[in-house]
Design a protein. Structure first.
Length: 205
């Protein structure tokens, strides 16, 4: 390499470095101002079309303005579903003592993952065990499938060992949605009523 060649090479290398530095700065600036940096709401929940305990068609519009506390399960569930519903009912009663208006803004819903056995009548009978304001919703297998998809709930039939009947394996999450049926929070079904009430107090708008 001659002296002029060396100089040209050095200049080219320096030029490349400058370009690289500019590119990196630009990328960093774009990332800093990107709208994706804002906290985004999980894409959970949305429109549903179901059947209530009186056999009437119902959609999310029925509950517009109410904060929905939703649990998905089935009435034949031996343990997990009853526990979740007990905690939900208990939490609403506790909240009603300290913040009656907030408690009243909540509509508790139980949406079945087992529409074959959970008829409107079966749901009505089951709900009275837990809370007077709890509403059970069912629907056709397709209506239930669509609703589960919208709320990202997993449910699958499993045979019960030694029994003639089946059980449902299902995700066990309590959802809190706002008055426009948009996701606010979710809670574990194991959360005791007192704790769930405190979390509702925090998360309710
Ligand atoms: Ni269950």
């Amino acid at each position: 390499m001659g002296k002029s060649q060396k100089t040209a090479f050095a200049l080219a290398a320096a030029g490349l470095l400058v370009i690289l530095a500019l590119l990196v700065t630009d990328i960093m600036r774009r990332e800093a101002t990107s709208p994706a940096a804002a906290p985004s709401r999980p894409d959970i929940g949305g429109a549903f079309s179901l059947v209530d305990m009186n056999g009437q068609n119902v959609t999310q519009a029925q509950y517009a303005g109410k904060n929905l506390l939703i649990y998905f399960g089935f009435t034949y569930c031996p343990d997990v579903c009853p526990m979740a519903l007990m905690h939900m009912g208990g939490a609403l009663d506790i909240l009603a003592e300290s913040a009656p208006q907030r408690a009243a803004s909540v509509q508790p819903l139980f949406i079945t993952v087992d529409p074959e056995r959970d008829t409107p009548e079966a749901l009505a009978e089951y709900m009275i065990n837990f809370h007077p304001r709890l509403v059970g919703l069912t629907g056709s297998p397709k209506q239930i499938r669509d609703t589960l998809a919208v709320y990202r709930v997993y449910a699958s039939k499993v045979m019960d060992e030694g029994a003639s009947d089946y059980l449902m394996d299902h995700s066990s999450i309590i959802y809190l949605m706002d008055g426009e049926n948009r996701y606010l929070a979710h809670f574990d079904h194991n959360l005791p009523a007192q704790e769930l009430a405190a979390r509702l107090q925090q998360k309710l708008p």
